[in-house]
Structures are given as structure tokens and as C-alpha cells.
Design a protein around this ligand. Structure first.
Ligand code: PLP
Length: 372
């Protein structure tokens, strides 16, 4: 059996350090925020080449607070993509602003920058590019348009810890960058977690207050805040794991290169890494019009796959009120119907890659396979 991800294999490799870090929190009893979280904020911000990091309880909260710090609220519009995890859009909705979608570039699965200008209105306040699957969106044109039109850029880097755009780490390219430490992400907590990174001291001050009930000091609430604090246990575990992130990222890149090699010439559409990118392969997604048949055939061989994501957000029932219809974003819709995520995690062995690659290449040789 080849799992889609294997969090236990990773734990076994760092067990003693993780156990000691958890023990440390039990001893100090700093269960929420505290020294380990503060140290992790500094270390992760530095890793992202940003000045400040503000730890929060989820990646969704990171996006929510980044939008609030940018002053976004009812009556505003925020541009993003429909081909993303629903959280990107939910965070916009939480502020009362309206999500406005731009289609994706089918080569990269990230925002098609050629669609941005047409989506801007006098209500537009921000753009949220999503570095989907671990590949940065094409940031230069996005930053150029945002600069010219006075828009804030908030990166959704939830899938892209350590990814680089033209040699610079994501998260520090826009005004703010938002990360998730959901267990399955490239840097995962043992529970939930998230962070905003930024170079801006004002955004930092506001987000620090908002995550902790809007308090400037204890019981002096100057903003209407939230309980979005990062737990001490998560900070302590994430500090240990951050020390391994580069090694794990390189392992993912090696696995991706193996898949690329194994599938070269097979006719299977493999992910395209752009020349500007250090792709960190949170997800390695191939494309096939016969996806359900392929997924079933692989499952029958014990190979677990995933679909990220089967329905673009503009067609989800929850967001029907936005008024979008099938056909509005054809590249997002086609990708949602065709993408298939192969097993991808740092501990995946070369032999496992070969087993998966060979199984997929074999499927590509059966053009008349029935789509289930
Ligand atoms: C995971 C994810 C989020 C949300 O992060 P949580 O920590 O689960 O709240 C937001 N955007 C994208 C693209 C994600 O993959």
C-alpha cells in the first residue's frame, strides 16, 4: 500500500525531539502563545525572508486577519482565483467583502495575470494570489498592477512554505503572506496552526491585537478581536519541524523529479515548474480526462491518490449567492475535472515512486479505459 501522505513516518524520524518539545510545554505550562510561539514566529519569519511573523490558530484565520488589517470590509471587493481550497474565499467572506474571481493559467494552476485588470472596479481593495500546490503565482505582474492601482497584495502561501519566486521566498513578496500549519501541509503542526508574515510594523501590531481579543494590554480591548491564538504545543512542535523543512522540501523535489522522469514520454500531463519558481510540491498533480477510472485503477493496486479540488469555488453550493455559473472560468473548471494528485511526502521512497509512475504510465497506454 502506498498512502497519499504518511505523517507517522515523519514523526518516527523526529520522535525524540518532538517528545522533548512537548514535555517542555507541559513543564512551563505556556499552553497558548508564550515563548515557544514567539521564538517560532521569529524563526519562521526569518525563513520567509520577512521581518515579522504573527502566529494564529489556522491558515484561514491568518487570511482573515490579514484582510482586516488591510482595512477590508463590507462594500469592498477582493480578487482571487476559484481554483483553490475554499478557505481562501471563506476568509474574504468573513470580512463582509465580496470575492471576485479571475481564471487560472492552465499551465501553472495559479492566477492568470492577464485577467486581473478586467476584474478591477472602484471597489477593489486587494488581490489574493494562491501559490497552489507549492508553485508561486507569477508575482511580478501582480505586484505591478497592484502598485499602479493602489491594491494590497496578500499571498495565500498555505501550500507553499519555502517556495521561491525569482530567488525570493513566498510570503514576503506581497504586503502580507499567509501560511497554514494544518498537519498535512509541508510544515504541519500536531493540530492546527497558521501565521501571517510581513515587513510592515503597523499590520503586525494590528494582527497581534486582533488574534488576542483586540487587546492592546490585558483587558484593554481597543479593537473588536478574536480568539485566534496559536497554541504553545504547536509552536514548540513547529520549531522542531522547521529545522527539517529544507531537507523535507528537497526530498519532495527529488520525488517530483522521479515522477517527471518516469512519466516523460508516456503522454501523461505532468506539472509544469516555471523557470521563475522553486516549486515545493505540496501536491504533485497530473491531469487526465479519465480521472475517476485512473483513480479507481490505482486504488485497486493499493496506490492512494487525492483530488485538489473537484469543484471550483464559484460552483460550490455555499457560494452560489455570488452569482457565477458554469463556463465563467473554463480553465478552473477543466482543471477541477481532470487533476489527480499522486502520493507525495518527503519519506516517499524511490521504489514507491517507481511503482506509482509505472502504474500511471500503464494507464496512459489504455486510451479506451472506461471512465467510472
Ligand atoms: C490549507 C489551506 C488554507 C487554510 O488553512 P487552514 O490552516 O486549514 O485554515 C487556505 N488556503 C489554502 C490554499 C490552503 O491549502
Amino acid at each position: 500500500m502506498i498512502p497519499f501522505v504518511d505523517l507517522k513516518a515523519q514523526y518516527l524520524g523526529i520522535k525524540d525531539e518532538v517528545n522533548a518539545a512537548i514535555q517542555g510545554i507541559l513543564e512551563t505550562s505556556q499552553f497558548t502563545l508564550g515563548q515557544e510561539v514567539a521564538a517560532f514566529e521569529e524563526e519562521f519569519a526569518a525563513y520567509c525572508q520577512a521581518r515579522y511573523g504573527i502566529g494564529v490558530n489556522t491558515g484561514t484565520s491568518a487570511l482573515h486577519l490579514a484582510l482586516l488589517a488591510a482595512g477590508i470590509g463590507p462594500g469592498d471587493e477582493v480578487i482571487t482565483v476559484p481554483f483553490t481550497f475554499v478557505a481562501t474565499v471563506a476568509a474574504i467572506h468573513y470580512t463582509g467583502a465580496r470575492p471576485v474571481f479571475v481564471d487560472i493559467d492552465p499551465r501553472t494552476f495559479t492566477m492568470d495575470v492577464r485577467g486581473i485588470e478586467a476584474a478591477i472596479t472602484e471597489r477593489t481593495k486587494a488581490i489574493i494570489p494562491v501559490h497552489l500546490y507549492g508553485q508561486p503565482a507569477d508575482m511580478d505582474p501582480i505586484l505591478e498592477i497592484a502598485g499602479r492601482r493602489g491594491l494590497v497584495v496578500i499571498e495565500d502561501a498555505a501550500q507553499a512554505h519555502g517556495a521561491e519566486y525569482k530567488g525570493r521566498r513566498v510570503g514576503s513578496l506581497g504586503d502580507m503572506g499567509c501560511f497554514s500549519f494544518y498537519p498535512g501541509k509541508n510544515l504541519g503542526a500536531y493540530g492546527e496552526g497558521g501565521m501571517v508574515v510581513t515587513d510592515d510594523p503597523d499590520y503586525t501590531r494590528t494582527i497581534r491585537m486582533l488574534r488576542d481579543w483586540g487587546a492592546e494590554q490585558k483587558y484593554r480591548h481597543v479593537l473588536k478581536g478574536y480568539n485566534y491564538r496559536l497554541e504553545g504545543l504547536q509552536g514548540a512542535v513547529l520549531r522542531v519541524k522547521l529545522r527539517y523543512l529544507e531537507v523535507w522540501t528537497e526530498a519532495r523535489r527529488v520525488d517530483a523529479a522521479h515522477y517527471d522522469e518516469l512519466l516523460a514520454g508516456s503522454g501523461v500531463a505532468t506539472p509544469e515548474a516555471m523557470a521563475y519558481a522553486r516549486h515545493v510540491y505540496h501536491i504533485y498533480a497530473i491531469r487526465t480526462p479519465q480521472r475517476s477510472a485512473w483513480q479507481e485503477a490505482l486504488q485497486a493496486k493499493g496506490i492512494h491518490t487525492g483530488i485538489h479540488y473537484p469543484i471550483p469555488v464559484h460552483l460550490l453550493p455555499a457560494y452560489a449567492d455570488l452569482g457565477y455559473a458554469p463556463g465563467d472560468f473554463p480553465h478552473a473548471e477543466q482543471a477541477a475535472g481532470e487533476v489527480l494528485s499522486l502520493p507525495m511526502f518527503p519519506e516517499l521512497t524511490r521504489a514507491q515512486c517507481e511503482e506509482v509512475g509505472e502504474a500511471v504510465a500503464l494507464l496512459a497506454k489504455q486510451p479506451d479505459i472506461e471512465d467510472a
